[in-house]
Design a protein around this ligand. Structure first.
Ligand SMILES: *Cc1c(COP(=O)(O)O)cnc(C)c1O
Length: 323
């Protein structure tokens, strides 16, 4: 039998069992005014309320808990200035694994502090002088520890897919599902889950307008790499999709749309003032695109993954204050 390295829905089911009792089963919220404006039923899956503030805990915990004991003993390494770092640090500490996180020296102090508070050892590098992948590779070679990538790994993809699987369990079949897109771990996992649990559902990836490498790759049929995009959606500043994530996305995703920074700020304000939840700019991508579709969604049952809520108070005030 030919073995493919792409994860399947069975891997998402296995991931759901592994994270059970560790990850939150996050709530689904609805808004009457959103439903009235779009003429649709919209279900927001609130991963901003996930542990460590984003869905990334799902993939990190699944990947770490699937390591063999002798591999675990040698620890793990991750490079990230964002939500993946905190997710790996927290998952590792819950599982008693030693974690080293490689972060740029100019990463927000709050993120470094959170990563340390979760028990991660932070190794700092200079964004302009050093190559973080080199540093991570060196650390992993010195200690034999495993590198946990932020998206292009079958166990990470399967873990991220548990959010959409849960959503469909919580609300029933969907006609459409809007998912934020960076490197594609969340989108490919969501697509695997939706195809299995709600086969008629159109899965739509949404990335920042300034960095539409995923949309270009999708249209062109091969991975397109771009410069680091300038956008407030810092969780989606990736330069290219991964090999695994792209293969799943091209097969199971219907469409990739984009949202502008101004639309993201509008959505943050809506979430804050109307729904009373804090959502980071990247977490607004799905809703921004759904909202822009307007009455095209009329009569449909729509899922929106609200992917994260990690934002500093000053940054939040700054973004919402600028009208
Ligand atoms: C990482 C992240 C994304 C993008 O996820 P990918 O799996 O890289 O596509 C979206 N939203 C938030 C909040 C994130 O932290």
């Amino acid at each position: 039998m030919r073995r493919t390295s792409l994860p399947t829905h069975a891997d998402i089911e296995a991931a759901a069992r592994r994270i059970d009792g560790y990850a939150h089963r996050t709530p689904v919220m609805t808004s009457r005014s959103v439903d009235e404006n779009l003429g649709a039923r919209v279900f927001f899956k609130c991963e901003n309320l996930q542990r460590a503030g984003a869905f990334k805990f799902r993939g990190a915990f699944n990947a770490l808990s699937n390591l063999e004991p002798e591999v675990r003993a040698k620890g793990v390494v991750a490079f990230s200035s964002g939500n993946h770092a905190q997710a790996v640090a927290l998952a590792a500490s819950l599982l008693g694994i030693d974690a080293t996180i490689v972060m740029p020296s100019d990463a927000p102090k709050s993120k470094m502090a959170a990563t340390r508070a979760y028990g991660g050892r932070v190794v700092v590098y200079d964004r302009y002088l050093d190559d973080r992948e080199d540093i991570a590779r060196r650390l992993s070679e010195e200690r034999g520890s495993s590198i946990i990538p932020p998206y292009d790994h079958p166990d990470v993809i399967a873990g991220q897919g548990t959010a959409a699987a849960e959503l469909i369990e919580q609300v029933g079949p969907l006609d459409g599902l809007f998912v934020p897109l960076g490197g594609g771990g969340l989108l490919s996992g969501s697509a695997l889950a939706a195809k299995a649990l709600s086969p008629g559902c159109r899965v739509i990836g949404v990335e920042p307008e300034a960095g539409n490498d995923g949309q270009q790759s999708f249209r062109q049929g091969s991975i397109v790499r771009i410069d680091v995009p300038k956008t407030i959606a810092d969780g989606a500043q990736t330069q290219a999709l991964g090999r695994h994530t792209f293969d799943i996305i091209r097969r199971d995703v219907s469409e990739i749309l984009t949202a502008s920074d101004a639309e993201l700020v509008d959505c943050m304000r809506f979430f804050f003032t109307r729904m009373k939840i804090v959502v980071e700019p990247t977490g607004c991508l799905g809703f921004a695109a759904a909202r822009a579709q307007g009455r095209q969604l009329a009569g449909r049952r729509i899922g929106v993954i609200v992917s994260g809520g990690n934002i500093d108070d000053e940054r939040m005030i700054d973004l919402l204050g600028a009208r």
